[in-house]
Design a protein around this ligand. Sequence first.
Ligand code: AMP
Length: 114
Amino acid sequence: MEPTIFDLILRKEIPADIVYEDEHVLGFKDVNPQAPVHVLFIPKVRIATHNDLDESNMDYIKHIHAAINHYAKEIGEADNGYRIVMNCNENGQQSVFHIHMHFLAGRQLEWPPG
Ligand code: AMP
């Protein structure tokens, strides 16, 4: 598999505004933010899409949710609320094929999304 831009960020070969890191997860600011806080949380292994999650790698979802809870509290947005989004394949408008959760916070978000 060709490396994605997120592999390059993981290897620190290209810069990113990293706001969270632990053994399993990296969190960095989205370059095209859709809210005052827009952070992408990614697993430190390549899982291309949500469809590729299985028993062998599903724990990364748990780790990402734990990371998001930690970060939301740390920046004082846990009680205000936020949105977590995962896009999958063409209809979901996924553009980077290394799964990621978008963490959006800092303003009243619209619902339903477009
Ligand atoms: P998705 O459309 O769900 O695949 O989301 C990919 C996200 O990655 C988009 O919101 C992009 O703005 C973001 N993105 C792409 N390249 C970078 C980068 N080098 N650093 C940070 N965010 C990026």
